[in-house]
Design a protein around this ligand. Structure first.
Ligand SMILES: Nc1nc2c(c(=O)[nH]1)N[C@H]1C(S)=C(S)[C@@H](COP(=O)(O)O)O[C@H]1N2
Ligand SMILES: [Mo]
Length: 340
């Protein structure tokens, strides 16, 4: 293993790193001790083996990730519909246009992203605006593990074991005031570090910084998660270090990465993909097999790293990505074809 040590990360030792096998074993032990639900042991690294022979996602001199302490709290494992996707796929098949528009670009180009120091500002319609630093992100709230179905609007999917905390915990801490109706999110803007931000062409046409938004009710739902890690370790840059949103019932583009600002507002905030192509990407972006993208069907999805050598397995897409029992009430009476 070729671990790059940077000054920022020198307090973490190589022994802190938990390989996927150790992680899986830890999950097995936790399950035997009764800490994980029955659905928790869905993973099999064996799934990855044959398929991986033909992929070139060898690990490069990597950003240093650190093992995180976490406890199983809210348990959504029973809503997973497939095995955990191997870590090697989760960190090598990414969308993070700030680092390039092909799936392998982020792993290739993001390894030097500086996450310490980091500042996350929470402001707008709140009682106590706050600025969190890197240590706050990992320490302010008890961390929990949440394995979630993850569905990109491009019709591929994974199952990812995130570590983090509910956004609601943070919103309660800052105290949302009565004018707040939406939550706006913003990614780091730093063209020196993020080559995709240097030109509209390099960055896929997006007008940076990347921005996203949720209604306040969506943001307060317990499923809505701020992730600081995956597979038991801090996030690698390509997955949105040091902190990113995960909204598992929505298409992946809502799950904004490397967040520097969370602002409570009274108006619906602009969102990057909607600004780029409003007829293709809506504000809501709830996973919906019955509402096709103008250029492709959303009825099924390719499950990354499952299904054999030359084709990923195709599986049916579920309404709200399998989380309808928890979130469909948020959209009662709403025309989901119109508000896509
Ligand atoms: N800042 C930023 N956040 C982003 C993106 C991006 O390009 N820039 N891509 C989105 C899209 S389209 C998807 S599918 C997910 C991918 O997350 P992953 O690479 O961790 O799987 O991140 C989302 N968040
Ligand atoms: Mo996506």
């Amino acid at each position: 293993m070729n671990i790059k040590t940077t000054a920022a990360w020198d307090k973490f030792k190589e022994s802190d790193i938990t390989p996927e096998e150790v992680y899986q074993d830890r999950r097995r032990i936790l399950q035997q001790m009764g800490f994980l639900g029955a659905g928790a042991l869905l993973s099999s690294s064996a799934n990855a083996g044959v398929f991986d022979i033909f992929s070139n996602d060898e690990q490069k001199a990597a950003f240093l990730t650190k093992a995180l302490p976490f406890a199983k709290q809210a348990d959504y494992d029973h809503l997973l519909y497939g095995a955990l996707t191997p870590e090697s796929k989760i960190i090598s098949h990414n969308n993070f246009y700030e680092f390039g528009t092909s799936k392998t670009d982020p792993q290739e180009n993001a390894q030097d992203l500086k996450v310490q120091p980091w500042k996350l500002v929470i402001d707008g319609e709140v009682d106590n605006a706050m600025t969190l630093d890197f240590d706050d992100l990992l320490n302010l709230f008890p961390l929990e593990e949440r394995a979630y179905n993850f569905r990109c609007v491009e019709a591929w999917s994974m199952v990812i074991p995130w570590v983090g905390f509910s956004l609601a915990n943070l919103l309660k801490k800052v105290g949302v005031n009565s004018k707040a109706k939406y939550v706006a999110f913003e990614t780091l803007y730093d063209p020196e570090q993020m080559p995709g931000q240097k030109s509209r062409y390099a960055g896929g046409g997006i007008n940076y910084p990347y921005v996203e938004g949720l209604t306040l009710a969506e943001a307060m739902n317990d499923l809505t998660f701020l992730s600081v890690g995956l597979y038991g370790k801090t996030l690698p840059p390509q997955n949105g270090a040091p902190i990113r949103l995960v909204v598992p019932w929505k298409y992946g583009f809502k799950s904004i990465k490397s967040i520097v600002r969370i602002r409570l507002t009274d108006k619906q905030p602009p969102t990057s993909w909607n600004q780029l192509a409003a007829s293709e990407y809506g504000f809501y972006a709830n996973v919906n097999p019955e509402v096709d993208h103008p250029r492709w069907s959303q009825a099924s999805e390719r499950r990354i790293a499952e299904g054999g050598l030359f084709s990923a397995k195709r599986i049916a897409t579920l309404p709200f990505n399998g989380y309808g029992d928890i979130v469909s009430d948020l959209y009662k009476g709403m025309n989901l074809k119109k508000f896509y």
